[in-house]
Design a protein around this ligand. Structure first.
Ligand code: ZN
Ligand code: ZN
Length: 166
C-alpha cells in the first residue's frame, strides 16, 4: 500500500484508517519467512503540525532452529508508531521508506518492522541441546559414548581449583 504522506500533512484533517493485505512471502528475514499474506492495520492522524502514524500486524513466522535445524513456527506482532512533519519529507535521513513525491511505502515499512521484530537466532526451545558434534544427530537421539579423554584434564584442574577454594 502507498500512502500519500505529503498530501496528508498538507490537507489531512480527518483521521485515515486502512486495513490492507500485504504479501511478504518473497522476503528473507535473516533466514526466516512469512509465507501467508499478512493483514496490516494502518492509521494516520494529524494534529495540525505533525502526523502520527501507527502500523500493526501479526504474522506467522517460519524458520529453522539455530541449534538442531528443526522447523520453528512462531507468531510475531508488529506495533509501530511514527510521527512526521513536513520537513521530514525532504530529509534524506528520514527512516521511513518515502519516495521523492512524499509517498510512504507502507508494505516496505511493515517489512522493516518485521525485520526488527524477528530474532536473528530462532530456537525450537530455549534449552534445545542441539546436535552432537561427532555423529551429527540430535543429542537426544545420539548414542556416542561420553567423551572421557577430553573431560579428564578439565576435571583435574577443577579439582585443584576446588581444593584452593576450600
Ligand atoms: Zn532445536
Ligand atoms: Zn553423537
Amino acid at each position: 500500500m502507498q500512502f500519500d504522506l505529503r498530501k496528508f500533512i498538507a490537507t489531512g484533517t480527518q483521521p485515515y484508517h486502512a486495513e490492507f493485505p500485504c504479501d511478504l512471502s518473497a522476503r528473507d528475514f535473516a533466514g526466516a519467512r512469512i509465507e501467508q499474506p499478512v493483514t496490516a492495520s494502518f492509521t494516520a492522524e494529524s494534529d495540525g503540525d505533525e502526523v502520527r502514524m501507527t502500523l500493526r500486524a501479526k504474522a506467522l513466522v517460519h524458520g529453522e532452529c539455530a541449534r538442531c535445524l528443526d522447523p520453528v513456527e512462531r507468531e510475531e506482532t508488529v506495533e509501530a508508531e511514527w510521527t512526521a512533519k513536513e520537513r521530514d519529507l525532504d530529509d534524506p535521513d528520514f527512516e521511513l521508506p518515502l519516495d521523492e513525491k512524499g509517498h510512504l511505502d507502507v508494505d516496505e515499512w511493515l517489512a522493516q518492522e518485521f525485520m526488527f521484530q524477528i530474532p536473528t537466532v530462532l530456537l525450537c526451545s530455549a534449552d534445545c541441546p542441539g546436535l552432537c558434534p561427532r555423529c551429527g544427530k540430535k543429542r537426544a537421539e545420539c548414542t556416542c559414548p561420553p567423551e572421557e579423554d577430553k573431560a579428564a584434564p578439565v576435571d583435574a584442574r577443577l579439582a585443584i581449583l576446588k581444593s584452593l577454594l576450600n
